[in-house]
Design a protein around this ligand. Sequence first.
Ligand SMILES: NC(=O)c1ccc[n+]([C@@H]2O[C@H](COP(=O)([O-])OP(=O)(O)OC[C@H]3O[C@@H](n4cnc5c(N)ncnc54)[C@H](OP(=O)(O)O)[C@@H]3O)[C@@H](O)[C@H]2O)c1
Length: 285
Amino acid sequence: MRVVITGARGQLGRALQEVLHPVHEVIALAREEGDITDPQVIPHIAGLRPDVIINAAAWTHVDAAEDQPEAAFAVNAWGAQNLALAARAANADLVHVSTNEVFPGDPGRVYTEFDATGPVNTYARSKWAGEHLVRTLWPRHYIVRTAWLYFHKGNNFITKILAAAARWGRLRVVADEFGNPTYALDLAQAIAHLIETRHYGVYHFVNTGYCSRYEYARAVLELAGQGHIPVIPIQHHQWPRRATPPRHAVLRNTIGPRLGITLRPWREALMAYFTRENALAMSEP
Ligand SMILES: NC(=O)c1ccc[n+]([C@@H]2O[C@H](COP(=O)([O-])OP(=O)(O)OC[C@H]3O[C@@H](n4cnc5c(N)ncnc54)[C@H](OP(=O)(O)O)[C@@H]3O)[C@@H](O)[C@H]2O)c1
């Protein structure tokens, strides 16, 4: 299939290129080759005659979205609308990637694809609007929700924890916010499988199991050989943020397994990430 990917330089955009090439003909568009907020992206992508469009582009600055809501909505809602219209113009399937943050994250809850959404911050509302527009405008869509994504050379929780550990020698990490750490490579593989199915709908694709940010930080430090760094568990109100993150927006993948699409447990995926990080570090001059 001919697959157009937007957001080519992001974590998921890069993982998708790795997984889909060379099985598929991949056309990967970075922001300057395909700005999804520009209506010209519709004829541009349609002219590439894709079979599938995968929207991996997003405004992912959750805290900054509180001060710049228009910028967040421009990419996450209006951009999604443009891609739904591009898919319609091209008669192509659309994979639109969304987030666990569309759920309110009530303590103790685990959300399936069938649960009611309820975003609690600006980023989440913009992502929810994107889902809604895709759903309304073009039926041949897959909406794929994921969470706590990480990939090599990405800006993510792992790189932030390791940078903070190197700088301060000790950490304070929130122990009452929960999620599913997810390796972008595993998500990309799941999406590669999904686009073969033509089974349109809403999917939760996360590495299985979940943890608190505190547990996640501890696992990262141990796998990075820095298990000696002290980590103090704190409550969310001790780490004030511009955006209110949902406290327990934990996802469960219930539809994917019915199609034979499964993701491994989050600790296994994290180990695989570090194995590859170490190999990459060894191969760098
Ligand atoms: N990261 C997470 O923890 C997480 C959690 C849940 C869901 N998700 C969702 O997963 C998807 C992929 O996330 P990610 O972590 O791969 O994000 P990322 O690393 O921040 O990448 C996003 C990419 O989108 C590009 N982009 C931004 N505005 C654009 C525009 N107007 N036109 C075209 N491209 C644009 C960015 O380009 P530049 O490189 O030029 O800035 C960047 O390369 C997103 O839909 C996100 O909402 C992410």
